[in-house]
Write a protein that binds this ligand. Structure first.
Ligand code: LP5
Ligand code: MN
Length: 284
């Protein structure tokens, strides 16, 4: 049984910001974005990979200026609207200590939101990538509590080195994997909907924003994929998320000035966020 969280009013959902000291522009956009969210939304949900990597909550004690600025931004936002944070494959070591500093609530791997729109399931999404066997193997090791306990006993510099090494390894491995392998498994999605009271699933991780429609046992089900954020590479501007507002889902786009535009699905023309139907299931 998945945790159900009741939330009313406009909800903003984002994921995969990959914030780090190496991404000053993305950090700036995120700070401006938080100001806007306070004005436009009743709650904020971040579905993991907020950080490019997270080596343990004790990093906070070392007062890295960029981490402090992210923490202050989120804390200040949490004074105005409730915030939930999930863990991704880059920041699965986020724990209660950071959540408490942020004044945010930690989400389980998969949660059901009871919203104005009905039940909406949210998760980071990596758990659905079952075809990526080497990733799932890696995941099973690093999500083990004994492994995490031993890892957290290492010094900060040992952990930083390990994280950098694995980020490098991941980039190398990803170049060898096909796009299909790194996407969600449709069997996993079908099985999820068959066993869930939610007809809508929102997740991140794959960095392939879009909307997929399935017909599963005569139910119309929707899977919305959130975009990742990037404002530091030349000629790339991507970010934003989803708003659940007035009984509908709106695409939320954000530009490099942190300015936000909400787009109804019907007049939604951005090719990166194209509306697609899954080819494996009959679209409705
Ligand atoms: O992150 P991204 O987008 O590049 O790719 C992900 C998957 N990669 C990862 C790894 C993270 O990027 C790095 C995590 C840093 C966390 C820092 C804190 C802890 C440090 C722990 C260091 C041990 O999640 C990638 C997926 C892709 O998404 C798409 O889904 O394919 O998966 C991989 O790259 C994993 C490799 O395929 C397998 C790596 C070898 C596994 C060997 C197992 C031994 C594990 C021993 C652990 C010490
Ligand atoms: Mn991810």
């Amino acid at each position: 049984m998945n945790t159900t969280i009741s939330i009313s009013g406009p909800i903003c959902i984002i994921s995969d910001l990959h914030l780090s000291n190496d991404k000053p522009f993305t950090l700036n956009v995120f700070r401006s974005f938080l100001q806007l969210v306070i004005k436009k939304s009743n709650s904020l949900i971040m579905l993991g990979d907020i950080f490019d990597f997270w080596i343990g909550d004790d990093i906070v004690k070392f007062s890295y200026p960029w981490i402090d600025s992210v923490i202050n931004g989120i804390r200040n936002t949490a004074k105005k609207i409730p915030i939930w944070i999930g863990r991704g494959n880059r920041d699965f070591l986020i724990g209660n200590e950071l959540a408490s500093i942020l004044n945010a609530k930690l989400l389980p791997e998969l949660a059901i939101l009871d919203t104005d729109l009905g039940y909406v399931a949210v998760s980071h999404g990596d758990e659905f990538c079952l075809q990526d066997r080497s990733y799932q193997y890696f995941r099973s090791i690093v999500r083990d509590s004994e492994w995490q306990k031993r890892f957290l006993e290492q010094s900060i510099s040992e952990r930083l080195n390990a994280a950098k090494e694995f980020r490098h390894k991941s980039n190398q491995e990803n170049q060898k994997k096909s796009n299909d392998i790194m996407d969600v498994s449709l069997e996993a999605i079908q099985s999820f909907f068959e066993n869930s009271k939610a007809n809508i699933l929102i997740h991140g991780h794959t960095h392939r924003p879009g909307k997929h429609i399935y017909k599963i046992n005569d139910r119309k089900c929707e899977r919305w994929v959130l975009p990742d954020w990037e404002f530091d590479y030349e000629n790339i501007e991507k970010g934003g998320g989803i708003f659940i507002e007035n009984n509908s889902i709106k695409i939320l786009q954000i530009n490099s000035r942190g300015k936000l535009s909400k787009i109804n699905e019907s007049n939604f023309k951005n090719k990166d966020l194209s509306t697609t139907s899954s080819s494996c299931y009959r679209s409705v």
